[in-house]
Ligand binder design. Structure first.
Ligand code: CAA
Length: 259
């Protein structure tokens, strides 16, 4: 796989996806987005990958879309960039496997948006979140105005989107933008522990739970309930359902085979 700005390492079922453009705080230009799309496609296809962890470096998860690239552009450039970023991020959000953003340093603009596409967000105590696009005379263009208010309360989202306020990890935890804050030195280990827990879960049920949540968020309650009902019934055709319930009745731990 020909990647320039992202490192991908698969280890014990976990894909470690690390943004690697440190000289620009991992800012997302079209090449970085294309690398991310290649990686997401690989994670979709590779059955050995069960969990995906996205991370940056100590100073930056990702400091946003590349302002140098955007500054030179016109409406056509902006449309091409947002088409690309929306497509890649939607694909990331829809990945039928659990995703974890392990965030240290800056997660701004497009970086915050990438994190918003993940199922779980773990923050190091040095993380800083923001959608500062308004300070550049624009608004988020990779889903931030839609995904953030679906996750945190509207006022907290408005502060970030309409005032461009940056917040630290503790505040991100308070408003529900992240699930946990850990010391920077423990971030990778915490991501590894979460990935291991997810890998113990029966895969078909894990996937169904994610699909029901994600699809349900984009539809009416009535349609969402129908999605849940269909997936619930479908799981009764899996070996893991038989094993899970038999193990409960036999008072032992289940051994799931993800079948
Ligand atoms: N785009 C391009 N380059 C960036 C960048 C970005 N988003 N963020 C940082 N960089 C570059 C800097 O220009 C600098 O490069 P040079 O050394 O070549 O000058 C290098 O990364 C290091 O950055 P700083 O020297 O600025 O580091 P700092 O510690 O002083 O400040 C920072 C860190 C507060 C994150 C600051 O870099 C910053 O404000 N960055 C921009 C953040 C931002 O506005 N992000 C939103 C972008 S718009 C967007 O994302 C739109 C969208 O949704 C699609």
């Amino acid at each position: 796989m020909d990647l320039r700005y992202i490192n991908l390492r698969v280890e014990d079922g976990t894909a470690w996806v690390q943004f690697n453009r440190p000289e620009k705080l991992n800012a997302l230009n079209p090449d970085v987005f294309r690398d991310l799309e290649t990686v997401v496609a690989q994670c979709e296809q590779d059955d050995d990958i069960r969990v995906v962890v996205l991370m940056g470096n100590e100073k930056a998860f990702v400091a946003g879309a590349d302002i140098g690239h955007m500054a030179k552009g016109d409406i056509k450039t902006a449309c091409a960039l947002t088409d690309l970023s929306m497509r890649v991020q939607e694909r990331l959000a829809d990945l039928p496997k659990p995703t974890i953003a392990a965030i240290s340093g800056y997660a701004l603009g497009g970086g915050c948006e990438v994190a918003l596409c993940c199922d779980f967000r773990l923050a190091a105590d040095n993380a800083v979140f923001g959608l500062p696009e308004i300070t550049l005379g624009i608004i988020p263009g990779g889903g931030g105005t839609q995904r953030l208010p679906r996750l945190v309360n509207l006022g907290a989202a408005a502060k970030m989107i309409m005032l461009g306020e940056m917040i630290k990890s503790e505040e991100a935890l308070r408003i529900g933008l992240v699930e946990k804050v850990v010391p920077l030195k423990n971030l990778k280990e915490e991501a590894r522990i979460l990935a291991s827990k997810l890998m113990e879960m029966p895969f078909m049920a894990l996937r169904a739970g994610k699909t029901a949540m994600r699809k349900g968020l984009n539809t009416s309650l009535k349609d969402g309930l129908q999605i849940e009902q269909n997936l619930f019934c479908m799981l009764f055709g899996t070996e893991d359902q038989k094993e899970g319930m038999t193990a409960f009745l036999e008072k032992r731990n289940p051994v799931f085979k993800s079948k």
